[in-house]
Design a protein around this ligand. Structure first.
Ligand code: HEM
Length: 198
């Protein structure tokens, strides 16, 4: 068999990736509408980029999409851990490899010849976003069921602290997505592989 014909991303990975994109967009847009109802940072976001029309509607969207995000995210984590894919694709990351690849990226020399292997910057970014999503879900749990999760709530300096953690983790997610989508468009063959698998 021609090696170029074999699968780069298994179908379960592609499916969970694209479902995650839908869930993240719904969570983000409805979350910003919820934020606007009681802003903690002294500004509001334009209503045009929000979802749900009013606080009640936005909460409905947020609570519906959270199941999609959580169940799909758990599936991604369990399958990656069970197949050993996390260890083989996202590890190891050494400071040396990070420095090397950062330098290569800044000088336009970062190669993308082998789509089966993530470079150190990608590994770090993907691990970071998985952890960031876990923090988003944990702080979301505190906001949703504050009384039922007292330990988590105290770890985040109370309900108001959890709101800040939730918002900052959301901001970091947006920063990741912007960089991530720019990279995918700059190297379109990676996008094709994430759609078709090869
Ligand atoms: C329209 C938006 C998006 C596009 C076009 C896109 C595209 C891609 C592509 C092309 C890859 C494979 C990169 C490669 O093979 O070099 C990838 C991987 C990945 N993307 Fe996205 N992505 C999008 C949104 C997101 C979002 C919203 C998240 C999470 C918040 C995300 C998280 C990831 C992760 C964690 C991986 C690595 C998956 C793994 O191998 O386990 N992506 N994405």
């Amino acid at each position: 068999m021609n090696p170029h014909d074999s699968v780069i991303h298994p179908s379960w990975l592609r499916l969970t990736h694209w479902i995650n994109v839908v869930a993240v967009v719904l969570m983000l847009m409805s979350g910003l509408r919820i934020f606007n109802a009681s802003p903690i940072w002294g500004f509001r976001v334009p209503e045009k980029i929000t979802l749900g029309d009013w606080l009640g509607g936005a909460l409905q969207w947020h609570f519906a999409a959270m199941w999609l995000l959580a169940v799909n995210g758990l599936l991604y984590l369990v399958l990656n851990l069970a197949t050993g894919r996390f260890r083989s694709k996202l590890l190891p990351i050494t400071p040396r490899s990070l420095l090397h690849d950062a330098r290569a990226a800044l000088t336009g020399h970062l190669a993308h010849d082998n789509l089966r292997e993530y470079n150190a910057l990608q590994r770090a970014a993907y691990l970071f976003i998985v952890l960031d999503l876990i923090v988003l879900v944990m702080s979301g749990l505190v906001l949703w069921k504050s009384v039922q999760f007292p330990l988590l709530r105290e770890l985040m300096a109370g309900y108001e602290g959890a709101r800040r953690v939730h918002f900052i983790a959301m901001g970091l997610l947006v920063a990741f997505v912007v960089g991530h989508v720019v990279m995918a468009l700059l190297v379109p063959k990676t996008l094709l592989a994430m759609i078709r698998g090869r």
